[in-house]
Design a protein around this ligand. Sequence first.
Ligand code: NAD
Length: 493
Amino acid sequence: MSEISLLPATLEFLQRPHGQFIDGNPCTGSGNTIAVINPATEAVIASVSTASTDQINAAVNAAHQCFTSVWADFNPYARGLILNRLADLIEAHGEELAQLETLESGKNIVLSRIFAVQQSALCLRYFAGWTTKISGETLPCNFPSMQGEQYSAYTRREPVGVVAAIVPWNFSVMIACWKLAAALACGCTVVLKPSEFTPLALLRLMELAREAGLPAGALNLVNGAGEVGKALIEHPLVNKVSFTGSVASGEKVNVAAASRMIRCTLELGGKNTAALLKDADINRAVGGLLQTGYIHQGQVCAAPERVLVHRSRIDELTDKLGAALTAAPMGSPLDERMPFGPLSNRPHFDKVRHYLDIASRESRILCGGQSLDRPGYYITPAMVQARHIEETLMQEETFGPVISFMAYDDEEELLGLINHSPYGLGTSLWTNNLAAAMRMIPKVESGTVWVNMHTMVDPSVPFGGVKKSGLGREFGSAAIEEYTELKSVFLCY
Ligand code: NAD
């Protein structure tokens, strides 16, 4: 095993007292603390105080004050410059951010460098480009003139106001950047609530945002569990909630937002299907499943969790994938060569173990699923054979390194199986049969369909789910619409 060395800056950051980031300043002191645990070792690596009610109020008030007096009317080009500067600083301090994300989430350091650093910077630069392009339309009026007067009309896109951005633990920096980049580009201000398991890298991001020149109050952060998120949504000065997390929490968020009649975007869980048609290139699919299904131990919302394979090809696929999985090492996420590491936290480890118990009763475990006899939340990557689409492992999200495989016989049956799910986040079709792919794409109940690939997201392509996978979209012009209100203006002359 060869672990990278932690930077002095990382070690110094871990030692500091931590809490909230409000109106441009760090602050601690609510009395309650979260012990941040390294899932690779189970050691406590830092302590973070949770937000008191007064601190939640102060964060929202600071965001509201900044919105009304500074940020909503900030020169759009200058807004873009600040977002670009933040992207530059994320890259300049990339190794420190990546190390913090790896230490608190168990994500391999190579993945942290890609997702917490490169993808976050890319997303900020993409939305920096939008700041100067958010505009309305001039519209013809059809109403006939009564006394010779004329009408004209135009629309304005105006920022919705204060956004509560609530994020999960699996890609804390990247998912936070998806939200804050789009919101800040539109002129909204933000109160961010990290997951209680991963507050550290985002606290460091707040300091970089201040250094980038973001006005005090434009971006605030409060720490704590679900009740802190709930208090944000219930705050009268919050105008929108952008939530990423589980369906169970998302349903509560949706009800709370609806009761205040505020805008709500929900990016929730999935039970995503990879469908291999009869002609699928099996070697390519094995590579694709290794890369997307087990990356970060399967703790990826869009990861394929169930694979439907034409009956004539299923043994070839499971043999080749099983061989690749059993040959791959598992170990410290600070070792750059380690493809597999720990699950991100104890409750999630217990949840995945629970699903493996069910799999051993209801289905058949083909390989993996063992816990390691060492500290840390390690479970070896598992393959499960299912016989029926109603089996638990074909219906419920495990969010772990567990993929279920089932055979099908024809295209009509395949479509029925794909859509037999409460979720609809992402589906991949593996085929070079263009006609079959084009026939199926419109019929798949899913926010995204990939062909011969899985899980790719891009800041210019809308991303989100249908059915229980959520409401609304991240990315692209769709995100701009999520963070702006359309105002219509009529003129008579
Ligand atoms: P979670 O729902 O437990 O928590 C997500 C966030 O919501 C945390 O910050 C949590 O403190 C907060 N929260 C919990 N209850 C709340 C409430 N009642 N009101 C307001 N906030 C509340 O989810 P998790 O375990 O952190 O994340 C894993 C889930 O996230 C998986 O289901 C995964 O599929 C989903 N996810 C979805 C996407 C996507 O883009 N669709 C991306 C990543 C993760």
